[in-house]
Design a protein around this ligand. Structure first.
Ligand code: SRM
Ligand code: SF4
Length: 604
């Protein structure tokens, strides 16, 4: 065995030796990696989560992916590779609708993969939109899923189509690197060019942060794009991440007050643009947001970020890097339920965290500057930009771009993409903006939408502000439906709102199939979190500007119970609200729930 001859090695030597062993059998190579890595560093693996070892042993995100992909016996990949493949932008899943039947037939689950694209700020060209549309037809389940982090997901891609899918995306200059995994994820950015001439600058900032924090490993290119490394001429190093990457996922957003359309306080790191005399003079820096939580574990809770200071535009990259590094060096690597940066901050205190980042930076933050938000969510409809170009923010229910009966959203957007020269901008609320179009194109777009049954004007204020995570049938963590059920529940709540003349009232409503928070339900005025099939916890009292967590109102409700609980509250709201008072504020003033002041007070 090669392993015996080569241990122990100084850490820097590891890569060079890996690159020489392309001819060693898979098993030998894999056990070689394990032994070599384990012995060359004094890491007590038994104290760390299993994923730490998998990352470390993966040879900078290679694992045995190549072998797993080539294995014809199963539609799945090896367990360790399911963890490593996340860093490449994909998750192994199975169709949960078919689970029982497949078991009955003694078949393995109907495995397929979710692929998530990296699109900082959500901006794609019409030709990229068309490519994604084409790929979804050819290799996925014929739909495009617009996510809560401004990107596309494809569902239902089988193992043998993974490489072709990634290559097709690459042909259109899109990639999936670091869309998932313990790294910085897709960087979000205020999406609407009509809202401000500063959009291009902000988008560029988001793009640069994303590029700066990309993993450097060449594994992605090697595995998916067949770009082979030449041994000895180039070695993988991860100057930012090191060989175990981050303790957990890491998320960044850049927002432009007064619009909190990326829910900046739910991010690990948020940049809040400060504009003076029409120019971005810098950004307030917010740290420690995160919404994931777990039923039955009070130590795992949603938390909103704290603003710790102000930085100049040219400091954004180093601030991003140093905040990430403080988390990398101090985050919990034992328990993945408690490893997000929000817990590092709560464990050590915000002041400690700020000082630590300043130590890494070598300078202090300036004092944070005043800012104010007026709303979260998207403003739907046509808006004219300062450049006289038009932008249409289009509601996409549950972010699912599909043709359903006479409602042909997918066909409509395909035709629009074939017609316009502007852009498509995916929003952080699962919607899409058809951006930068001329007056002539605007007319054509309106016609195309009408002909395909997509009528943007006719949606209630509640539905406009709805988000539902994917949940069933693909999400392996879902306890209950979300995307497939929220539209039905909303129709029933709309009937109550209509009875009280509140159909146009904008109310933020969000649903997820489990407490992980993918649809950011804890920031909603009405939030639902799935507990079991057909049962949801109801949370009230988030605010319309995304700066307050909501509070558990009632637990484990059925649909009838949900409607029975909401009916009197809506009636009271219609009769007794003060002028302009939003529902989330009303339920606190009327003491339906107490305000949640900090994440650690949050209870399920
Ligand atoms: Fe998420 C895991 C879908 C945004 C918190 N999320 C998952 C997985 C991959 C399930 C899994 O691990 O097996 C889901 C795949 C479902 C499927 O079939 O597509 C999933 N998350 C989504 C998306 C697609 C929801 C959507 O309907 O739009 C969003 C993709 C965003 C993207 O493009 O990158 C999505 N996830 C979020 C958000 C919201 C955000 O980022 O603004 C959150 C809460 C914010 C946060 O991170 O704190 C979120 N997802 C989680 C968590 C809990 C993390 C935690 O700190 O505990 C998990 C579970 C985990 O990581 O272990 C998770
Ligand atoms: Fe799945 Fe839960 Fe995320 Fe919904 S919130 S997509 S059910 S992990």
């Amino acid at each position: 065995m090669i392993t015996a001859q080569l241990n122990p090695l100084p850490k820097g030597e590891r890569q060079r030796i890996f690159l020489h062993y392309s001819t060693v059998s898979v098993i030998d190579r894999y056990s070689y990696n394990i032994k070599l890595n384990t012995m060359s560093d004094n890491i007590n693996w038994s104290e760390l989560s299993e994923t730490e070892k998998i990352k470390y042993e993966s040879n900078y995100l290679r694992g045995t992916l190549v072998e797993s992909l080539a294995d014809p016996i199963t539609g799945s990949i090896a367990f360790a590779d399911t963890q490593i493949s996340k860093f490449h932008g994909m998750y192994q899943q199975f169709d949960r609708d078919l689970e029982k039947e497949r078991k009955r037939q003694k078949l393995e689950p109907a495995f397929s993969f979710l692929i998530r694209v990296r699109i900082p700020g959500g901006v794609v060209s019409p030709s990229q939109w068309l490519k994604m549309d084409e790929i979804s037809e050819q290799y996925a389940n014929h739909t495009l899923k617009l996510t809560t982090r401004q990107t596309f997901q494809l569902h239902g891609v089988i193992k043998t189509n993974l490489k072709k899918t990634i290559q097709a995306m690459n042909d259109s200059l899109m990639d999936t690197i670091a869309a998932c995994g313990d790294v910085n994820r897709n960087v979000m950015c205020h999406p609407n060019p009509a809202e401000s001439p500063l959009h291009a600058e902000m988008h560029e900032t988001a793009r640069r942060i994303s590029e700066h924090l990309l993993p450097s490993t060449t594994a992605y290119h090697e595995i998916w794009l067949d770009k082979k490394l030449i041994a000895d001429s180039k070695q993988d190093v991860e100057p930012i991440y090191g060989d175990r990457y981050l303790p957990r996922k890491f998320k960044i957003a850049v927002v432009l007050p007064p619009y909190n359309d990326c829910d900046v306080f739910s991010q690990d790191l948020g940049f809040i643009a400060i504009v003076e005399n029409g120019k971005i003079v810098g950004y307030n820096v917010a740290v420690g947001g995160g919404l994931g939580s777990t039923f039955g574990i009070p130590e795992a809770y949603p938390r909103l970020a704290d603003v710790i200071g102000f930085c100049l535009p040219d400091q954004v990259l180093e601030v991003s890097e140093k905040v990430l590094l403080v988390q990398k060096d101090n985050g919990n690597r034992q328990n993945r339920k408690l490893s997000r940066m929000k817990y590092t901050i709560d464990n050590h205190g915000v002041d400690w965290f700020k000082k630590e980042v300043e130590k890494y930076l070598g300078y202090e933050f300036q004092e944070a500057k005043p800012f104010a938000f007026i709303r979260n969510g998207d403003r739907l409809g046509w808006k004219k930009g300062t450049d006289s170009k038009w932008n249409l923010t289009l509601f996409v229910e549950g972010g699912r771009v599909a043709d359903k009966g006479d409602y042909k959203m997918k066909s409509a957007l395909r035709e629009v993409a074939q017609t316009i020269a502007g852009q498509f901008i995916l929003t952080g609320n699962q919607n899409v903006i058809i951006a930068n179009v001329t007056s002539e194109e605007k007319k054509k777009i309106s016609l195309i939408l009408k002909e395909n049954g997509v009528l943007p004007g006719e949606i209630s204020g509640l539905r406009q502000n709805s988000i539902a995570c994917v949940a069933l049938n693909t999400c392996g963590l879902a306890f209950a439906e979300a995307e497939r059920y929220l539209p039905i529940l909303i129709s029933k709540i709309e009937t109550i709102l209509d009875q009280h003349g509140l159909l146009k009232e904008e109310i933020v409503i969000r649903m997820t199939g489990c407490p992980n928070g993918c649809g950011r339900p804890y920031l909603a005025e009405i939030g639902f979190v799935g507990k079991s099939e057909g049962h949801y916890n109801l949370y009230l009292g988030g605010n319309f500007i995304g700066t307050r967590l909501n509070t558990l109102y009632k637990e484990t409700l059925t649909e009838d119970e949900i409607l029975a609980e909401l009916k009197p509250i809506i009636a009271d709201y219609a009769a007794n609200r003060t002028e302009g008072e939003k529902l989330g504020d009303f339920v606190i003033r009327k003491q339906y729930v107490k305000e949640t002041l900090k994440g650690s007070d949050f209870r399920h």
